[in-house]
Design a protein around this ligand. Structure first.
Ligand code: SF4
Length: 467
């Protein structure tokens, strides 16, 4: 059987674990497996008009829906519809859309039940060793390419409203034999430097102690190095650690492995006390490299994001931690693009955050001075910054002493009512002419002149740093 594994042509950090396991499964049956990620021209060059017995397509974020549709349309040219198997996160969450738009019945959830791809033994795919060799078939280089990638648990015990895990992996599994899994990868594909664990909530496991022991036994104890002694190894639970479940005992256990960074979630400002407490706990056990995603554009207000950034800066100073955080824009689970605007946000403010993050490369690092420059020294400064013309945010140095200063003066001099009108006019990140005509007085019209043609220069530069 000729099998093609196809990853949509989007940028992603981690190799497609599901496809790598499907490769192992098919190769164990004696099938010929190829892996492809790229443009249709590149596909044509490599495979021409070759026909496939099966094509598997992975999907990831729902907002990359269009990229996955491109991959499906490519697959349709080279096999029959019923031989196309589309799985992964977006395929699970948007299965109705795939059926309606491209007439594909997607595979929902994990490949851990009989019959999902209609072949004998397919229920074991999820627990199989990923085939790392397929990664050599493509030019694309995944930023994370020297790690054992796996799980020690599955699912999550919580049901947070913004999270897809309860749908994707509804059953919590407390333990998976990581030792056997990693040893087998090492035997087949050689030693990997790091250990990347995709657990959704490892701290909920009743067998957390066993998991830590397994990790240590595999050579990932604190300060561990690769077997040639040359490189430091790191363990990363990249989906984060549930602060609610972190206690003294678990913090101590975590400190016994080469964890870096420890990702402690700080999803909303109400968690401040708990979050501070848990960062302090990790610091007590010498785990100083910390990280988190700062979810925004959900039920939060812009100032809540700023406060969380400031809290991280302060914690770094208090406990000598190095917290790197990544503001992450909330997008509804079934959104097919990134255009969602939360109820306390506007498109203009979201755009401003993207512009700031462009300068910081998407990261909020531990340096106070740098962050205060990027996000403002006070919450008021931050809130004002979000209404500043994009050009001035983007090219701060260039405009600071001239146009941006004038803008700031004019903005500060607007009455409360005028500010409200200005915000109404620009909130969708474009000038609302009808509100302008109806409501703007001379002061508002004057400041609006800053939001002009110059915008274009900034707009073409900004990438979306939402993760
Ligand atoms: S704790 Fe984390 S993984 Fe579990 S449901 Fe909440 S966000 Fe998702």
């Amino acid at each position: 059987m000729n099998v093609l594994l196809l990853e949509p042509n989007y940028h992603n950090k981690y190799p497609p674990l599901g496809l790598m396991k499907i490769s192992t499964f098919h190769k164990s049956r004696g099938d010929a497996v190829s892996f492809f990620k790229g443009t249709s021209t590149e596909y044509q060059k490599r495979f021409g008009n070759k026909r496939w017995n099966r094509i598997y397509i992975s999907t990831l974020f729902t907002y990359q829906y269009n990229k996955s549709i491109e991959a499906i349309n490519l697959a349709k040219k080279h096999t029959r519809n019923e031989k196309i198997y589309v799985g992964g996160v977006a395929a699970t969450l948007l299965s109705d859309n795939y059926l309606k738009d491209v007439e594909i019945n997607t595979i929902r959830g994990l490949l851990n039940a009989e019959g999902k791809i209609g072949l004998k033994g397919d229920s074991k795919i999820d627990k199989m060793i990923p085939d790392y060799s397929i990664l050599d078939e493509i030019d694309y280089k995944y930023p994370t390419n020297n790690a054992y990638i796996g799980y020690t648990t599955r699912g999550c015990v919580n049901k947070c409203p913004f999270c897809a895990v309860p749908i994707l992996e509804p059953k919590y599994c407390h333990y998976f034999n990581l030792k056997k899994y990693v040893k087998e990868i090492k035997r087949k594909y050689g030693e990997k430097k790091d250990l990347l664990l995709l657990d959704n909530n490892v701290l909920a496991s009743e067998r957390f102690e066993d998991i830590i022991k397994d990790i240590k036994d595999l050579g990932f104890e604190r300060d561990a190095k690769t077997s040639n002694g040359k490189r430091k190894r790191y363990v990363d639970f990249n989906q984060g650690l549930d602060a609610r479940k972190l206690n003294e005992k678990k913090a101590k256990l975590l400190s016994e492995i080469a964890i870096r960074p420890a990702r402690i979630a700080f999803d909303h400002i109400e968690l401040e006390a708990q979050y501070r407490n848990k960062v302090e706990l990790m610091a007590k056990y010498g785990v100083l490299h910390l990280s988190n995603y700062l979810l925004y554009n959900f039920n939060d207000k812009p100032k809540d994001l700023y406060k969380r950034i400031k809290i991280n800066i302060q914690l770094n100073e208090d406990f000598e931690t190095k917290i790197f955080s990544f503001p992450m824009k909330f997008i509804p689970l079934n959104a097919k693009d990134r255009s969602f605007v939360g109820k306390y946000w506007t498109r203009k403010q979201l755009r401003a955050i993207q512009t700031i993050l462009h300068a910081t490369h998407g990261v909020v690092g531990p340096k106070r001075e740098f962050n205060e420059r990027a996000f403002g020294e006070t919450v008021e400064e931050f809130e004002t910054l979000l209404w500043m013309p994009e050009e001035y945010i983007m090219y701060r140095e260039e405009h600071e002493r001239s146009d941006a200063r004038k803008w700031r003066e004019q903005f500060e001099n607007l009455s409360k009512q005028d500010k409200k009108i200005l915000k109404e006019i620009i909130k969708n990140n474009e000038i609302n002419i009808s509100i302008l005509k109806q409501k703007a007085n001379s002061k508002v019209k004057k400041i609006l002149k800053h939001y002009g043609i110059l915008q274009k220069r900034a707009q073409t530069k900004i990438e979306d740093f939402s993760l």
